[in-house]
Design a protein around this ligand. Structure first.
Ligand SMILES: Nc1ncnc2c1ncn2[C@@H]1O[C@H](COP(=O)(O)OP(=O)(O)OP(=O)(O)O)[C@@H](O)[C@H]1O
Length: 536
């Protein structure tokens, strides 16, 4: 078995030599008189048969199932032998070592290889529990998962996860399983609510984020933060995302604060439903008819580098609360960053973001932070080409604490347009707010403005953005964008305290009127504001 390749080579060569021998026999007279031409032909045939046998041997081992599986067995046996995972047999003859392999089963399936090691008291059991990384190197495959039963530990390795890659907009949410990221690989946000996407520049983070947003915006509200003001700009005008995309530092901070507020409101709503339905325990958001909510932030480290020390502290605190408590309320955070670092993640995010994906190139430190303990010995590979083709969006994914598996983000096919797909999405609203509105309209400013707010020295009530979202039912981002447009257009100025807008009762009414009239006008915001204020 050890010399399988060499044996195959000899067999192939022998098969070629048979007709060559016969040919030499037929031209023996010419050979005897040293006919140069005949000798050249014969030498040519011999060298070609050598080359062809060598090539065929390689081809058979690489491309045919039978020889490839033999090759794996040979490699595996060699690995076991050379690492001394063998039992010495007693009564050996002098000079010859008799060995016996431990009980290991190798099952070669269509897409993956299963290697089951018997533990149950074996002297190698501790080593077999951590052998995943070695198997990857031995078989040149990617480790996917392990399965344990009473006696065996089974390692599953993928020949190539490429076969499980999705194409274009095929990513979908499957009830009870989660978001299908690859065939048979899901992100179940009800159990692992937050996701971290990391990878070097150009690795495919943003493309993956867009595929996720495309899928998630069909099942819930998605708020997006794009500090680079690059990849999500064109979506801002689309109905489904209007007012839900933040770019500026302040806008993003507000968007995060708003996500926290959404979480608190959802808990409040769930508690009231719990009481109404007589549940003894508070159940998960979906039990109360709520859809999931997603807060997405691209380029987190770039964004944090734009903040002051105090802002970082506040932002971390807000985000920390969401990742800590969001699961039950269905509030999910997706963060994308280039190189993960302890400072940017902080201990709360590091501890509470369970679902990790790395695409593109990352250094050892980055993989260590992304995938932590069970992957310390994993041989993470950066592959620019697979099967001779340039490959994008390849990396690894894992739930924290599990072994990382090879991952391919859906393939961005030619002709696929995110923009076209996003235009087809229907806008979703926060269900808890819609239900509250149905029950009571007391929070509408035209009826009552004595709601939340702060008072200034002159006793005039001032409202911050989160108060106004409650009063007029628009998102923080929508309100902030409108205020900026009014102010930047030179139409009106508003009070700013600590860089945050504080509006008077009149301002709130003005905003409400503007939102109403703009809806009926069919104009863009810029032309609508111009006309509105010039008429005044
Ligand atoms: N899944 C994919 N399928 C096909 N092509 C892809 C895929 N992912 C990325 N690419 C290609 O790689 C390019 C860079 O991807 P992307 O913008 O997502 O990288 P990034 O990690 O966000 O980089 P940066 O951090 O610099 O913004 C894309 O424009 C696209 O051409």
């Amino acid at each position: 078995m050890r010399f399988l390749k060499e044996i195959l080579f000899c067999i192939l060569l022998f098969l070629f030599l048979l007709p060559i021998g016969y040919y030499a026999y037929t031209i023996q007279d010419k050979l005897r008189i040293v006919d140069r031409q005949s000798i050249y032909i014969l030498v040519g045939m011999l060298s070609s048969s050598l080359l062809l046998s060598w090539y065929l041997q390689g081809f058979l081992f690489e491309r045919t199932v039978l020889f490839a599986s033999w090759d794996r067995i040979v490699r595996f046996a060699r690995f076991l032998y050379e690492h001394n995972y063998v039992y010495e047999k007693k009564g050996q003859t002098q000079g010859r070592r008799k060995i016996k392999f431990p009980r290991i089963y190798v099952k070669q399936k269509k897409y993956n290889l299963e290697v089951a090691f018997e533990l149950a008291g074996s002297k190698f059991q501790e080593k077999f529990k951590k052998i995943g990384g070695d198997l990857e190197t031995t078989f040149a495959m990617d480790f996917m998962e392990t399965e344990d039963d009473e006696r065996f530990k089974t390692y599953r390795l993928a020949y190539s996860s490429l076969l499980n890659r999705l194409k274009g907009g095929a990513m979908k949410y499957v009830q009870g399983k989660g978001v299908e990221l690859m065939k048979n690989f899901y992100w179940d946000f009800t159990s692992d609510p937050h996701m971290l996407i990391v990878g070097g520049t150009g690795g495919g983070k943003t493309v993956l984020l867009r595929f996720l947003i495309l899928c998630l915006s069909k099942i819930g509200v998605v708020d997006i933060c794009d500090p680079k003001r690059a990849d999500f700009v064109t979506m801002a005008d689309l109905k489904a995302f209007e007012g839900r995309i933040a770019y500026d530092v302040i806008e993003i901070i507000l968007s995060c604060e708003n996500a926290l507020k959404v979480m608190e409101e959802r808990f409040e709503y769930m508690r009231s439903e719990q009481k109404r339905l007589g549940h003894t325990d508070l159940k998960s958001f979906y039990e109360y008819g709520l859809e999931p909510y997603f807060w997405v932030c691209d380029e987190l480290n770039a964004f944090k580098s734009m903040l002051t020390y105090k802002q970082v502290e506040e932002f971390n605190k807000t985000l920390g609360q969401i990742v800590l408590l969001g699961r039950q309320a269905g509030v999910n955070v997706i963060l994308a960053m280039q190189k993960p670092s302890r400072e940017d993640l902080g201990s709360k995010l590091q501890a509470n973001i369970n679902f990790r994906v790395a695409v593109g190139r990352l250094d050892d430190m980055g993989y260590e932070l992304a995938f932590e303990e069970p992957n310390r010995n994993k041989d993470f590979k950066f592959m620019k080409y697979v099967g001779g083709m340039r490959v994008y969006g390849r990396g690894y994914a894992a739930v924290k604490g599990e072994v990382a598996r090879e991952f391919y983000s859906p393939l961005l096919t030619k002709g696929f347009s995110f923009y076209n797909e996003f235009t087809k999405i229907e806008r979703r609203e926060h269900k808890h707010l819609l239900k509250e509105e149905l029950v009571s309209d007391e929070k509408m400013p035209s009826k009552d403005l004595s709601g939340p707010g702060i008072e200034d020295d002159s006793e005039m009530r001032l409202y911050d953005l989160s108060d106004i979202t409650e009063l007029i039912g628009k998102s923080v981002s929508q309100i902030y964008t409108l205020l900026k447009k009014i102010q930047d257009g030179g139409f009106k100025t508003f009070v700013l305290q600590d860089n945050k807008f504080k509006l008077t009762e009149d301002d709130v009414m003005l905003l409400e009127e503007l939102f109403e009239q703009k809806e009926d006008s069919g104009k863009t915001w810029d032309s609508f504001l111009k006309d509105y204020f010039s008429e005044e």
